[in-house]
Design a protein around this ligand. Structure first.
Ligand SMILES: Nc1ncnc2c1ncn2[C@@H]1O[C@H](COP(=O)(O)OP(=O)(O)OP(=O)(O)O)[C@@H](O)[C@H]1O
Ligand SMILES: O=c1[nH]c(=O)c2[nH+]cn([C@@H]3O[C@H](COP(=O)(O)O)[C@@H](O)[C@H]3O)c2[nH]1
Ligand SMILES: NC(=O)CC[C@H](N)C(=O)O
Ligand SMILES: [Mg+2]
Length: 547
């Protein structure tokens, strides 16, 4: 098979000889812009069935693989509107089963007879699905489900008339055609959303379709993927080239680095930058874990003075991010030169051609989503500007994986559980947790407070219940009293949130006594702190980080 290429918006080409869809049975999800489309892909992956999402405008002739089945997602449009998106009609001629969800069902009906209309009533929220045993048999789509099943609906349009040769396989009080099927052609439509948790038995419907009707193998495991991915990377990088990678000690870059090290050994050079705003002892610990624990060839570059000097007097959060991002780039350019030079005298000399990046599937989804990328609230720093500037080719071994799959991969590779379960830490580090200008003294206070906070959270056994926890520092001072002396000292904020996707979050409620213990320790052990506050705002309206 010719190597399909994968053009990135920034013009960088990833030549990918063996993408997962060429190795695993794949269910293709076509996105009409629903908020839940990615959940369809997730549910399939949780069933160990590989799935990819593409925009609904995807031309089938441009696909470089044949899916085992196709799912058409929901969407905010009405199929009868003049500007409504429509799927490539070849979807119905490919000879593979099709399942339409909500808008997807309406799209199937539209294609087969154009009779979809605005309903008199919207149907939003819980509904009871009545599964019809037409003649004697229940549709294969609903096998194993009780005759009355709770489902979740979110629509205003409905089918006028059934398209020819289709039959109703389920109804709900408000939808006479809540499920439709053309059993011979294996085209199915459902008005409810099986992918959301509010449809408790939705996963069974998805499984009936993908594993039952499409016959997709349930062999997508991280164990199977890992070996194939290592082989793919070897082929991609070739015999000579060197690979450089930015590694933070976070889950994504660590798993990516470990994969790379297995694939190309000493030709992979991991670089961690100590930017002076890491957590206490972090650079040392990461070095220890990656080098000794995982055998990754890691260089820690101590550039803390360069970063802290440039951050001096800068209070604007976006300016801080830009300074940090640009300084990262500068250091990586220096490192690439150093690596190429040092490699000259070794048996594996070769040019630095590749840049490893820990991009995950949600980032890919965001960039291909039919609705387009969402609005930027904060320019999340990554070192993404690097490969372009340095004329390097990108290698992104995790670009098909969700975060929990990356964690599973990490466990598979023997990465210690406390690293695999680590809370995320932002690239600009403590600089965006110190409100206003950053000084060495403030970095010390946040580092010490953060260390105590996390230590106590671990001691209380609640680290894994929390998605992200950290200490931050106010730009203001407050009055306190220590040892009968007035103290005009620092105000430390503590934040701990629970979230599944980091898009929304709620404050964590600590078990009784834990916060008191933490506050007491910070007050006693961190010099200069006058007050400690626990922050309880949800996201929205706040964000997780303070800047
Ligand atoms: N101090 C650092 N030194 C080198 N690279 C870094 C540093 N901080 C961030 N990066 C790079 O920026 C990328 C994005 O950081 P991000 O925090 O989103 O991911 P991560 O650190 O890999 O994982 P996690 O989300 O678990 O923290 C990292 O994968 C890494 O490539
Ligand atoms: O690498 C990063 N660079 C950044 O500039 C950045 N800003 C926020 N975050 C992380 O993103 C998640 C959501 O954070 P917010 O609610 O603050 O936007 C949380 O996990 C934050 O830690 C960043 N990560
Ligand atoms: N959730 C959906 O896919 C909605 C489809 C269509 N816009 C309707 O209201 O019926
Ligand atoms: Mg990180």
């Amino acid at each position: 098979m010719a190597a399909p290429s994968n053009d990135q918006p920034n013009g960088i080409t990833i030549a990918d000889p063996l993408p997962p869809h060429s190795l695993f049975d794949t269910i293709l999800v076509l996105d009409f812009g629903s908020q839940y489309t990615h959940l369809i892909t997730r549910r399939l992956r949780e069933l160990n069935i590989y799935s990819e999402m593409l925009p609904c405008t995807q031309k089938l002739t441009d696909l470089d693989f044949k899916p085992k089945g196709i799912i058409l997602s929901g969407g905010p449009y009405s199929v009868y509107a003049s500007d409504a998106p429509h799927v490539d009609p070849n979807v119905f001629e490919l000879g593979v089963p099709v399942l339409g969800i909500c808008y997807g069902l309406q799209e199937i009906a539209w294609h087969h007879g154009k009779d979809v209309v605005a309903g008199e009533k919207r149907e939003y929220g819980h509904a009871e699905l009545n599964i019809h045993a037409n003649g004697s048999e229940v549709s294969r789509l609903f096998q194993g489900l009780p005759n009355n099943t709770d489902v979740w609906m979110s629509h205003g349009d409905k089918l006028g008339r059934m398209p020819e040769d289709f039959q109703t396989i389920a109804t709900s009080p408000n939808s006479p055609h809540a499920g439709i099927a053309h059993e011979k052609k294996q085209i199915y439509g459902i008005q409810f959303h099986p992918e959301v948790t509010h449809t408790p038995r939705g996963v069974e419907v998805i499984k009936n379709f993908a594993a039952g009707i499409c016959g997709a193998k349930q062999d997508w495991t991280m164990e199977a993927f890992k070996d194939k991915e290592v082989a793919r990377i070897r082929k991609l990088v070739g015999e000579k080239a060197q690979v450089i990678g930015a590694v933070s000690g976070g889950v994504d870059s660590t798993v990516a680095a470990k994969l790379m090290q297995e694939a190309v050994g000493a030709r992979f050079h991991a670089v961690m930058v100590d930017n002076g705003v890491l957590r206490k002892n972090e650079a040392k610990q990461v070095k220890e874990t990656l080098t000794r624990g995982l055998g990754v060839n890691l260089t820690v570059v101590d550039a803390s003075d360069r970063f802290l000097d440039r951050l001096q007097g800068v209070a604007d959060p976006e300016k801080k991010r830009i300074i940090i991002g640009n300084t990262f780039i500068e250091i990586f350019e220096e490192e690439a030169k150093r690596i190429a030079k040092e490699a000259e005298s070794t048996p594996h000399a070769g040019p630095v051609e590749w840049f490893l990046q820990g991009t995950l599937y949600p980032d890919v989804i965001e960039s291909i989503s039919f609705r387009g990328p969402s609005q930027t609230i904060k320019t999340h720093h990554n070192v993404g500007g690097l490969p372009e500037k340095m004329k390097l080719k990108l290698i992104e071994p995790l670009r098909e994986l969700f975060k929990d799959e990356v964690r599973a991969m990490g466990r598979e590779m023997g990465i210690p559980p406390d690293l695999v379960g680590r809370h995320p830490f932002p690239g600009p580090g403590l600089a965006i947790r110190i409100l206003g200008d950053v000084t060495r003294e403030k970095v010390r206070v946040v580092q010490e407070a953060d260390l105590i906070f996390i230590e106590e959270i671990r001691k209380a056994g609640v680290y894994d219940e929390i998605s992200q926890a950290f200490a931050a520092l106010s730009g203001d001072r407050a009055v306190g009293v220590v040892g009968d002396q007035r103290l005009h000292g620092y105000l430390v904020f503590l934040r701990a949130v629970r979230t599944t996707d980091f898009m929304t979050a709620t404050a964590y409620e600590f078990p009784a006594g834990v916060l008191a213990r933490i506050v007491n320790r910070i007050g006693n052990e961190v010099e200069g702190v006058a007050r400690v506050l626990y922050e309880v705002t949800s996201k929205p309206p706040s964000t997780i980080e303070f800047e």
